[in-house]
Design a protein around this ligand. Structure first.
Ligand code: FAD
Length: 435
């Protein structure tokens, strides 16, 4: 049998959180040989959001090593050589298929055994597939999902093979909206299908959504709402040809991209660690219920101090920050020190066409739309704020400058800092009135 490998610290999963954790370990002075990242993917940690954006551009597409972490947040790019220099073992193309937290053992698909003193779970999410629900024909060729670089590469190949063809996007979340745009930029005839009354319903108000839907329609993207894909037909080669909708309509398709959500990859640790809200439950230092085991990024369900609630967040900014927090907590506790609890202000963003939005805070309470949200405007710029108990708790801004985006972040947080709140909120309201 193969020899066991031991590392003081093991990160299982090699995505965004793993990369930012590695950088923080290096900052904290991790010694050569102490840290390993074990990843199913074949490449060093990279900024995953690029996959649904610049990676799919017909010209000037982003490619590795261009978007390895930590460039997404303006940091130094960690090339594979960086890990070698630091003595951090990057164990790639290695899927962990068994975890035993009691004996501190991980086993890979190839049968290797890894032991650790401290484990960081950073397995992220996987996509929900239409085949999971037994949708007829959902296993046809050229029906794509997008999570990892391999998925994106397959889609790039299909875009080339089906030049100027027809694309159907299933799902109206941010993946759907980004993919709809990028397929149009690739000169596909694009239709989008989703069951909800408007796109991105988990965040967008109907007013916000009306802008994006109008903008997409101006780009000649067909939007079909209130129905779902219930089946696919394929040609003799097994390639998808049609999407059948529940309302009876049939759409022609050369490529289908499905973005109907994700689910955190917690299965390896089922019944070994406490879970909550679909994720692995942690404290404000990303410690789980099992000693020496941490969970970060998409898989962690953690206390959101600001809202006095337990939540799970599937966004890149939190993946980065939770990873840094966990590593700081690990290193501090080794020195008998403590650090402040995680105090996270939710931040999401998306980009498509020439559009770019940011959202900070919580989308609860009443909403007020401001600015120019006419999708036909040459330079649309608008936003929305959410008000609860007389305070601005969330702010959305499309087309903001870097300074304005910083300003909305402050506003969203300041509602919780009583002393500066009213004055910041007032300043913000006057800012938004001027738009
Ligand atoms: P991931 O980055 O998903 O990394 C998990 C890693 O673990 C992967 O490498 C995976 O292969 C590996 N892994 C899983 N199981 C195992 C196993 N058993 N053994 C070994 N390795 C394993 N967020 C935003 O805020 N803005 C955006 O614009 C945005 N765009 C996105 C676009 C796309 C296409 C996707 C998929 C996500 C996007 N996100 C965006 C979300 C963001 O990328 C995630 O929240 C973030 O990547 C989570 O980081 P993570 O480290 O927890 O998980």
């Amino acid at each position: 049998s193969m020899a066991e490998k031991y590392f003081k610290y093991v990160i299982v999963g090699g995505g965004v959180a793993a990369g930012y954790a590695a950088r923080e370990f290096a900052k904290q002075g991790v010694k050569p040989g102490e840290l390993a990242i074990i990843s199913k993917e074949a490449v060093a940690p990279y900024e995953r959001p690029a996959l649904s954006k610049a990676y799919l551009f017909p010209e000037g597409a982003a490619r590795l090593p261009g978007f390895h972490v930590c460039v997404g947040s303006g940091g130094e790019r960690l090339l594979p050589e960086w890990y070698t220099e630091k003595g951090i073992a990057l164990i790639l193309s290695t899927e962990i298929v068994k975890a035993n937290l009691a004996s501190k053992t991980l086993i890979s698909a190839a049968g290797e055994t890894f032991k650790y003193q401290i484990l960081i779970i950073a397995t992220g999410s996987t996509v929900i597939r239409l085949t999971d629900f037994g949708v007829q024909g959902a296993d046809s060729k050229n029906i794509f999902y997008l999570r990892e670089i391999d998925d994106a590469d397959k889609l790039v190949e299909a875009i080339k093979a089906k030049k100027n063809g027809k694309a159907v996007i299933v799902g109206g979340g941010y993946i759907g909206l980004e993919l709809g745009a990028v397929m149009k930029i690739n000169n596909f005839d694009v239709s989008m299908v989703y069951p909800e009354p408007w796109c991105m319903p988990r965040l967008f108000t109907s007013d916000i959504a009306a802008f994006y839907e109008g903008y997409y329609e101006n780009k000649e993207i067909k939007i079909i709402k209130g129905t779902v894909a219930v089946g696919f037909t394929a040609d003799a080669n097994g390639e998808v040809k049609e999407v059948k909708l529940k309302d009876g309509r049939v759409l022609e398709a050369d490529i289908v991209v499905v973005g109907v959500g994700g689910r955190p990859l917690t299965l390896l640790f089922k019944a070994q660690v406490e879970e909550d809200k679909g994720g692995i439950k942690t404290d404000g230092f990303f410690k789980t219920s099992v000693p020496d085991v941490y969970a970060v990024g998409d898989v962690a369900t953690f206390p959101m101090k600001l809202y006095n609630e337990i939540r799970r967040v599937e966004h890149v900014d939190h993946a980065r920050k939770s990873a840094e927090q966990a590593v700081k907590a690990i290193c501090a506790s080794e020195e008998g020190k403590s650090i402040d609890e995680y105090d996270y202000l939710p931040f999401f963003y998306s980009r498509a066409f020439d559009l770019s939005w940011q959202f900070y805070g919580d989308n609860v309470g009443e909403t007020v739309l401001f600015g120019d949200s006419n999708p036909k405007s040459p330079k649309p710029k608008f936003g929305s704020y959410w008000i609860k108990d007389g305070k601005v708790v969330g702010v959305f801004l499309e087309g903001g400058t870097p300074e304005e985006n910083k300003a909305i972040a402050k506003v969203a947080r300041s509602a919780f800092i009583s002393a500066s709140c009213s004055c910041r909120s007032r300043a913000f309201l006057s800012f938004s009135e001027k738009m």
